[in-house]
Design a protein around this ligand. Structure first.
Ligand SMILES: Cc1cc2nc3c(=O)[nH]c(=O)nc-3n(C[C@H](O)[C@H](O)[C@H](O)COP(=O)(O)OP(=O)(O)OC[C@H]3O[C@@H](n4cnc5c(N)ncnc54)[C@H](O)[C@@H]3O)c2cc1C
Length: 422
């Protein structure tokens, strides 16, 4: 480990949220230790776009030009129903700087963040797993296991990750950016509030022979949400929602095992299924698909923790909330949290602001996530009723790639507004 005994903030998890927390704290002069139980991150796009709000905070870290130069700008998102009727939202009408989306694979964002951290001599301690932690009045004592590959078996050799050594680390704060199965959340005994039942998506990233589109297209039919993202250089990504009934009942979805990402197993999906879905859901879209780079079936849960933390132990990102994937809201909101948390912690550690200000982090974060998940807010037609509405327009809340005031402005362009119910 970088510093085996003491650090200001222990960050658990080196996904995008842990990395941004580490970078923001480092920029603010706070020492960090960032650990991850894996040996490296998967090399896939996953959350594939950065919202304007994320670009604004990355700009404060001097990263916006590198991100913009690596990514692809998207300024409009078209929303259509199954009869190809629809409307577009235009990001260039948003106020302020950075009024577009930047499509950038998640692994590239992570690599930009890691590189910037390495320039500050901060490196991820890979293969380090938080085992347990003990919050006290003025510090947190954490037990961290260093993992190493051990050869087992005699006749047939096999390998397994085992605990090589255990470290004890003292920190002023611990933040769990440790993903949906967060150990921190579970050990803090926070309940989970599910917002809806799990959604399944068949995801295909492919190369096309010819350009298909420059902008993002969302198709909202009666029962499914679907999105096409242009990734640049004639590469695209379709995510098609697969109704739960088809997952459990029908072997014809073309599911083929198995795709491993870290410790998680995803069923594969076939090229035939892609053509079937295109035919059924977007028959007007005649794609000329060359190669499929990767494809799988992923399950997405939606929900939120009952608390973001207490005392010296806090959560951010997927550890605290999960979203439907269409609007790429989970990762982008996690980045906002990382920035907010880091700035509050720096004010506590450097300027003597009271610890109780973290209650504000809890209250504001919970309120925003609950609105976004439709638990305390709903979508309704604006004063002048919209000339076009998709079936179940409340789905717009999770499908527009934006959060905060940008989301409110973009939803208005479609003739709807968000009103709070709780
Ligand atoms: C196949 C796939 C497709 C996706 N598509 C989309 C999409 O289209 N749109 C969208 O919005 N989102 C999508 N996502 C979700 C998106 O990737 C997540 O929202 C994002 O990664 C969350 O970042 P995070 O940093 O909070 O957590 P994560 O990226 O999950 O990182 C958590 C890290 O914590 C580490 N960790 C966990 N426990 C411990 C421990 N005890 N000790 C040390 N380390 C630990 C893990 O190894 C992991 O590296 C997709 C995800 C997958 C897997």
């Amino acid at each position: 480990m970088n510093n085996p005994h003491q650090t200001d903030v222990l960050i658990v998890g080196a996904g995008p949220i842990g990395l941004l927390t580490a970078l923001t704290l480092t920029e603010l002069g706070i020492s960090v230790t960032i650990i991850d139980e894996e040996g490296q991150r998967a090399k896939h796009s996953y959350a594939t776009a950065l919202h304007p709000r994320s670009l604004r905070l990355l700009d404060r870290l001097g990263l916006s030009s590198e991100i913009e130069s690596r990514g692809k700008h998207v300024t409009t998102v078209g929303f259509y129903d199954s009869s190809q009727q629809g409307r577009e939202i235009d990001y260039s009408k948003l106020e302020g700087d950075f009024n577009s989306l930047v499509v950038l694979p998640q692994n590239e964002l992570e690599s930009v963040l890691r590189h910037k951290l390495s320039e500050k001599s901060v490196f991820v301690d890979w293969h380090h797993r938080l085992r347990r932690f003990k919050p006290e009045e003025s510090k947190v004592e954490s037990e961290i296991e260093e993992l190493s590959m051990t050869s087992l078996g005699y006749v047939v050799q096999r390998f397994e990750w085992t605990v090589h050594r255990t470290h004890h680390l003292q920190s002023a704060f611990v933040i769990g950016c440790d993903g949906m199965h967060s150990l921190l959340r579970r050990q803090l005994a926070f309940d989970w509030h599910s917002a809806s039942s799990a959604e399944h998506y068949a995801i295909f990233e492919f190369q096309s022979h010819q350009p298909i589109c420059n902008d993002t297209t969302v198709i909202l039919d009666e029962s499914t949400k679907n999105v096409l993202w242009p990734l640049g250089n004639n590469r695209y990504r379709w995510s098609f929602q697969i109704p739960a009934s088809e997952i459990s009942d029908s072997p014809t979805t073309g599911l083929q095992p198995v795709f491993m990402i870290g410790k998680h197993v995803f069923p594969g999906v076939s090229r035939d299924l892609l053509f079937e879905l295109l035919n059924d859901r977007v028959p007007w879209c005649k794609e000329n698909i060359a190669d499929i780079d990767w494809s799988l079936l992923a399950e997405f849960h939606t929900g939120v923790t009952t608390s973001y933390g207490a005392g010296r132990c806090w959560l951010a990102g997927d550890a605290a909330h999960l979203h439907s994937p269409i609007g790429i809201q989970g990762m982008n909101l996690g980045l906002v949290e990382a920035d907010d948390f880091a700035r509050k912690i720096a004010a506590i550690l450097k300027d003597g602001i009271p610890l109780s200000t973290l209650q504000q982090y809890n209250d504001e974060r919970l309120a925003e996530v609950k609105d976004l998940l439709g638990l305390t807010a709903r979508v309704e037609p604006a004063a002048q009723s919209p000339s076009w509405a998709p079936p179940n327009p409340e789905r717009l809340l999770s499908c527009i790639p934006a959060t905060g005031s940008d989301l409110a402005g973009l939803i208005e362009q479609l003739g709807f507004q968000i009103s709070r119910t709780g």
